[in-house]
Design a protein around this ligand. Structure first.
Ligand code: GTP
Ligand code: MG
Length: 310
């Protein structure tokens, strides 16, 4: 008898959701950076565990949204949680413990507030979920006991796992448990498929990841990437054209860098990874355009599978 289930991984921004989904799947399906709000739309990865198939749904971080795009992201995350057979609430345990001990960065304190609001959300939706305390490679195990206890007291979790998505500790245990919880039924995808994201969208994501990695300040939130052409050439190579949209002229300058060096680095890093991913030579052509209102562009939301009206 086969099993197949949808597992939504939700959590505050930067908790490590995409890192966890990639690790469970065993390949990169969703981009990862050190910045919050990296993931902008739900991404599906597929993992097999014995006769069980897990469709892992990586979601955007849940936080207090302001802009239209933020609202759409948060809405999408809760929507996927609602639809899933199992919800994993992933928490950056290190941030929680730092703040509880009176330390922590402003980002850690923000994460604590976001986690509290997610617990409230789960409560009001009467949604039982699995708590996964992440980033345990950064802390001592005895520090985790108090955190586990206090989070369990919220009454919204059925079980707890302590993991490191980064080094893989505890991830197999979590995977086996998720596989056992999957409902009986036929698989949704062929066993060898690991991702379900259109190639041009994935290609745009890889370039956006390089933008985030290279340009650290406020610019990432002001940037978006679109693949405008994707051609298979006769010689077996792929030829891609992408546009990076930014909101202001100054941001265009930052992205280009001196003599175009920054953009060149981004293009080269992305091209290399795309060649590996698509297993063929890639020719990548990047253009930077200023479009103050890209985040108000209906088509973009449709492409990302997000609701425009939220
Ligand atoms: N030390 C450590 N770092 C981790 C772990 N898991 C993720 N990270 C790091 O945490 C940062 C955020 O990881 P992501 O996977 O992008 O987090 P996310 O929850 O998907 O973030 P958003 O998409 O912005 O909501 C990255 O720098 C990761 O390398 C972990 O287990 N240990
Ligand atoms: Mg993410």
């Amino acid at each position: 008898m086969t099993r197949a289930g949808f597992v939504a991984v939700i959590g505050a921004p930067n908790a490590g959701k995409s890192t966890l989904v990639n690790r469970l799947v065993g390949t990169k399906v969703s981009i990862v950076t050190q910045k919050v709000q990296t993931t902008r739309f739900p991404v599906r990865g597929v993992a097999m565990d014995g006769e069980s198939q897990l469709v892992l749904v990586d979601t955007p971080g849940i936080f207090k949204p302001r802009r239209r795009l933020d609202r759409a992201m948060v809405r999408a995350a809760w929507g996927r949680a609602e639809d899933a057979d199992t919800v994993v609430h992933l928490v950056d345990a290190n941030a929680q413990i730092e703040v509880a001990g009176g330390a922590g960065t402003p980002a850690d304190r923000k994460a604590v507030v976001d986690v509290a609001s997610i617990v409230e959300g789960l409560k009001s939706a009467s949604r039982k979920s699995i708590l996964a305390l992440n980033k345990i490679d950064l802390l001592r195990r005895d520090n985790l006991l108090a955190l586990t206890q206090s989070m369990f007291d919220a009454g919204v979790y059925e079980e707890v796992f302590m993991i490191s998505a980064a080094d893989g500790a505890g991830v197999d245990d979590l995977k086996h448990r998720l596989a056992a919880l999957a409902p009986e039924g036929p698989w949704f995808y062929p066993a060898e498929q690991s991702a379900d994201i259109p190639a041009r969208l994935l290609a745009a994501e890889i370039t956006r990841e390089k933008v985030y990695l290279r340009v650290h300040e406020e610019l990432p939130y002001a940037a978006s990437v679109q693949t405008t052409a994707f051609e298979e050439r006769r010689d077996g190579a792929a030829r891609l054209e992408q546009t990076i949209y930014v909101e202001r002229d100054g941001q265009r300058g930052i992205l280009l860098g001196k003599n175009g060096q920054t953009l060149k680095w981004i293009g080269e890093a992305s091209r290399k990874e795309l060649a590996e991913l698509f297993d063929r030579p890639v020719h990548l052509f990047l253009t930077v355009k200023v479009r103050e209102t890209w985040a108000e562009d209906r088509d973009l939301y449709q492409e990302m599978g997000l609701d425009f009206e939220v």
